[in-house]
Ligand binder design. Structure first.
Ligand code: GDP
Ligand code: MG
Length: 163
């Protein structure tokens, strides 16, 4: 496998939708640590001519509001440590939230390569959120729609140099 990509972001931004689109049925497996199997899903992604390992930070959905920040930090940091590059998703229809800012802060502090994508960006409803995404300080966002498969070529272009 060429490199490992971790998909990170707060709950409900579309991480698993993108993971499933990249991996299809080639879901591989994971880790033996208790809890990890559910919390970090790993699969073999195919995008254009690229094959790479992709990690979905699942396991945030069950967190309560109180437990979310700590859980998200732990899972995000663990995913970052396993990855060569992180893909942060935010929801372009909602715009930047404080939780998105917390995720971006973790990524900036850890250093390393980060790609930012504004997901759910199909249609005009996403225009405002796409602009807001620049404020996360992670560079120019890719306009992505995991559900509709839009923006995958831009993602491919950014991943190509890593392969
Ligand atoms: P996760 O919690 O980050 O893993 O998010 P999910 O992949 O579970 O998606 C959360 C919700 O957003 C689901 O209802 C998805 O169908 C929806 N969703 C995901 N990607 C898109 C997208 O590109 N556009 C729209 N409109 N909805 C999306
Ligand atoms: Mg998920």
């Amino acid at each position: 496998m060429t490199f490992t990509l971790a998909i990170v972001g707060r709950p409900n931004v579309g991480k698993s939708t993108l993971f499933n689109r990249l991996v299809g049925k080639r879901l591989a497996l994971v880790d033996d640590q208790p809890g990890v199997t559910r919390d970090l899903r790993e699969g073999v992604a195919r995008l254009g001519d690229l094959r790479f390992t992709v990690i979905d930070t699942a396991g945030l959905e069950e967190a309560t509001d109180d437990s979310l920040p700590g859980r998200m930090r732990k899972l995000t940091e663990r995913a970052v440590d396993m990855a060569d590059v992180c893909l942060m998703l935010m929801d372009a229809r909602v715009g930047v939230t404080p939780v998105d800012e917390a995720v971006a802060e973790i990524l900036r502090r850890r250093g390393g390569r980060v790609i930012l994508a504004a997901n759910k960006a199909e249609g005009r409803a996403a225009d405002g959120g796409l602009i807001e995404a620049y404020s996360l300080g992670l560079g120019e966002p890719i306009r992505l729609s995991a559900e509709h498969g839009e923006g995958l070529n831009d993602l491919l272009s950014q991943l190509m140099p890593l392969s």
